[in-house]
Ligand binder design. Structure first.
Ligand SMILES: Nc1ncnc2c1ncn2[C@@H]1O[C@H](COP(=O)(O)OP(=O)(O)OP(=O)(O)O)[C@@H](O)[C@H]1O
Ligand SMILES: Cc1ncc(COP(=O)(O)O)c(N)n1
Length: 271
């Protein structure tokens, strides 16, 4: 009898260009040696240049996908990514409450690197009020943290204030990603844990346009490590090292914001 394989779930949108969304999630899970199922909530026509179109999946089919996964698999940790609109966020919230899908990481995807809106304006309130209270870990980038808190974030002190405010909204552990601080030599993320402990994880900023899917990759790696049994701090530290390696060892695909190198490895990695 073999041990049951560690199983995870991504709840997100597809990227036809292969770099972000569910595609980045599954590649990351595979590289981190966990099995990943997928509930597709939106389909995008997308490449490295931009998002040409997208369509949310009807609620009935979202419900059926959740049921199919939950009836058969044993999901230890799951994550959300692109959630498109109010109806989709509400459908996902309903299913997350209905089934035990383990530790939940919410990556509150709002705007793609190319500028396309992947979450409607009115759905931000739904995410804040209905999804955040369910999140074990929340991983907003700077503009997303600003939208969710209503705070302006222009420096490290303001990242700390925003993390505290997000905890007040019901999130247990908060990771604010600093990838959008393009004027800084460092890419520094701030973490505030449920215990009250806080710390920064920082890496040299790499000057490249190949950063399509960095947020998806980080949150998926964290989800994978949690599923394998890591504590939140360890999972985040591994996630940061992995995403850094995937950016630093770039691959050449497409003509715009290129995808990451999910094959990348880093020093000291146990996998
Ligand atoms: N140029 C870079 N060099 C090094 N690290 C980076 C760079 N850009 C992003 N990162 C890191 O990648 C991770 C994701 O951060 P980012 O702020 O880009 O998320 P995001 O905007 O949600 O990503 P995406 O929307 O592309 O999925 C963070 O750990 C961040 O520090
Ligand atoms: C389906 C989907 N999910 C998430 C992203 C965010 O990634 P990025 O900001 O790198 O475009 C995306 N572009 N598409």
């Amino acid at each position: 009898m073999v041990n049951e394989t560690v199983q995870t779930l991504t709840i997100a949108g597809t990227d036809s260009g292969g770099g972000a969304g569910v595609m980045a999630d599954i590649k990351t899970m595979q590289m981190r040696h966990v099995f990943s199922a997928a509930v597709i909530v939106a389909v995008t026509a997308q490449n490295t240049i931009g998002v040409q179109d997208f369509m949310p999946i009807p609620k009935k089919l979202i419900d059926e996908q959740f049921a199919s996964v939950a009836d058969d698999l044993k999901i230890r940790a799951c994550k959300t990514g692109m959630l498109a609109d109010v109806a989709t966020v509400e459908a996902v919230v309903e299913n997350l409450k209905k089934y035990d899908l383990g530790t939940l990481t919410v990556d509150p995807v709002m705007v793609a690197k190319g500028g396309a809106h992947l979450l409607s304006e009115d759905a931000i309130k739904t995410v804040r009020e209905q999804l955040l209270p369910l999140a074990d870990i929340l991983t907003p980038n700077l503009p997303e943290a600003e939208e969710l808190t209503g705070l302006k974030i222009a420096n490290k002190d303001q990242m700390i204030d925003a993390a505290k405010k997000l905890q007040d909204l019901g999130v247990k552990n908060v990771l604010i990603k600093g990838g959008h601080q393009t004027e800084s030599k460092e890419s520094a993320d701030f973490i505030l844990l449920e215990s009250g402990k806080s710390f920064w994880v920082s890496s040299p900023r790499i000057d490249t346009v190949r950063t399509h899917g960095t947020g998806d990759t980080l949150s998926s790696c964290i989800t994978a490590e949690i599923a394998k049994g890591a504590d939140v701090e360890t999972a985040i530290r591994i996630g940061k090292k992995y995403v850094q390696a995937t950016i630093a060892n770039g691959i050449q695909v497409g003509h715009g914001h290129g995808p990451l190198n999910h094959w990348a490895t880093f020093e000291g990695d146990g996998e």
